[in-house]
Ligand binder design. Structure first.
Ligand code: GLN
Length: 196
């Protein structure tokens, strides 16, 4: 299994460490050619406007959209969720525009710029997930194909749409690897498909 981590800006190293601990081969995606042979992609947290701008500059948006359309799993965390969304509430141009959601940036106010909290995520099992939020977005609206995986204070902070996953928080910053394993299961299922 070979997982690409979009590495134009943001917290990509932490995802690499998490995947290495899980024994998975990773590579940094900074140019189109790095996407060759990649079987899943992580879009990390950081600054969504910078990530979007650099993706455009390096012509990464069309090939990643193509791969997503062919069924390749993609997981976006924090800014990565914003990059995946079809619509950004404050009027920013959407970036990858794959995940059928409206996402609002910087949702949790100045006083709560960053915090850690235990979230109930039934898809991962009964044990709460330690979620680190840093100037996090939340999902304001979802389309029919989207399943909500997690809420925080009544707001949607985790979603799934077939092979796409999006989280408001940073699952790579804690020792809990269940979200990465959940993503890898999707990658495994996809690589085993006869047509893949
Ligand atoms: N606030 C950032 C944005 O809007 C996201 C923050 C993060 O990824 N930790 O892009």
């Amino acid at each position: 299994m070979k997982i690409g981590i979009l590495a134009v800006q943001g917290a990509f190293r932490e995802h690499e460490h998490m995947l290495q601990k899980l024994g998975v081969d990773t590579l940094y995606v900074k140019k189109q050619e790095h996407l060759e042979g990649v079987e899943g992609l992580i879009v990390p947290g950081g600054e969504s406007t910078s990530i979007g701008r650099l993706m455009r500059e390096y012509n990464l948006i069309p090939p990643i959209r193509e791969l997503a359309k062919s069924g390749m799993p993609i997981m976006g965390t924090c800014a990565g969720l914003i990059v995946l969304a079809k619509e950004i509430a404050n009027g920013d141009e959407p970036h990858l525009a794959l995940l059928d959601t409206v996402v609002d940036r910087n949702s949790f106010g100045r006083q709560r710029e960053s915090f850690e909290t235990d979230l109930d995520i039934p898809a991962l099992g009964a044990e709460p997930f330690p979620a680190v939020f840093i100037r996090a977005p939340h999902v304001k609206a979802v389309g029919d194909a989207v399943t909500v995986l997690a809420y925080y204070e009544g707001r949607i902070v985790g979603v799934e749409q077939d092979h796409l996953l999006g989280f408001s928080f940073h699952p790579e910053l804690t020792g809990d690897d269940r979200i990465h394993r959940y993503f890898l299961q999707k990658v495994e299922a996809w690589t085993k498909q006869p047509s893949a």
